[in-house]
Design a protein around this ligand. Sequence first.
Ligand code: FEO
Length: 392
Amino acid sequence: MKARKIKDGVFWLGYIDWDRRLFDSLVPLPNGTSYNAYLVQGTEKTALLDTVDPCAVDTLMSQLEGVPNIDYVVVHHAEQDHSGTLPRVLDKYRSAKVVTNPNCKRLLTDLLEVPEDRFMMVEDGQVLPLGGKTLKFVYTPWVHWPETMVSYLQEDRMLFTCDLFGSHLATSDLYAVDEAHVYEAAKVYYGMIMMPFRAAVEKNLEKLKPYDIGMIAPSHGPVYNKPSLVLDAYQDWVSGPPKNLVVLPYVSMHDSTRIMVMHLVDALAQRDVRVQQFNLAVTDLGKLAVTLVDAATIVIGTPTVMANPHPSVVYATYLTNAVKPKLKFAAVIGSYSWGSKVVEQIGAMLPNLKLEALPSVICKGLPREADLNALDALADAIAEKHRALGFK
Ligand code: FEO
């Protein structure tokens, strides 16, 4: 795709990666992604804000063919999907300076061997005049690396945020016009990338509140020409209370656990508790992550494999612990044939979460009447806990 004008002197550059299906060999990308860079041309100086993933180097270099000079390359974040093409850009523009903060400089030196004499350090709050366009740098550490910062283009009221507020979404839309689609993609992105750093995100949202933001330009997904879409969503995801929702990831090998899951889901629905079940044998982990953003309770369903939880459950439990959702209550359900330690083992895998344990239900072989009654009692306990949180 060619460069696209956003405002006079402000252009989108980058690459829409329609076909990418996995990020960091971990994050599913059912909708592809994009790597956005932005060009800001003042009357005296020109700045490129971030670069692109190395897979898109040819596209970026071709978009820069008509740009005779770049004075500054602002690097908001050192991860290679944004910085990986920096060495090629610096080769082309021999006098360009890398404008960043000391933490990012250290990372760029380690990751890309950017030479010392190419850097220009900026402090938190420092401005950089380009001639009729002024960039102000705001340190926003830990969204989701320690060096992250954003820039505010004062004259155009544009905030360039790199990963913050991003969405893994390939689209030909320059702006977030399909709001429901973008909201969902941004929520998955938040759940997988930003949620583990919720406290830092919350602090940085506060820090950005004084800015009059007319547009948010992230480095993944479309530009928000109505920033309230993502700003209000982040406020809810980060600091709003959890919702009347149970997330139920499970695996079943010989149907016993599946029967228990079906019974519990029905029992929860009867008690007006919303539930999302995920069969980990077929689910997209992004969908699990987006449910974890809101859920108040997790129930993990697992068969017993050599006295342990099923490996797919171990993986999902590890990720749940890593992304640090707002969950408050937890239980384990499942079955075994000759012995099981799944409740203790799953409990020990969630140290990051301050969870209140509800009565788990583990049955021997097929679930029988007493087991189904215990699931009903678990549904009662969940509904009671949710009511106590003020859920209608
Ligand atoms: Fe889009 Fe942290 O990289």
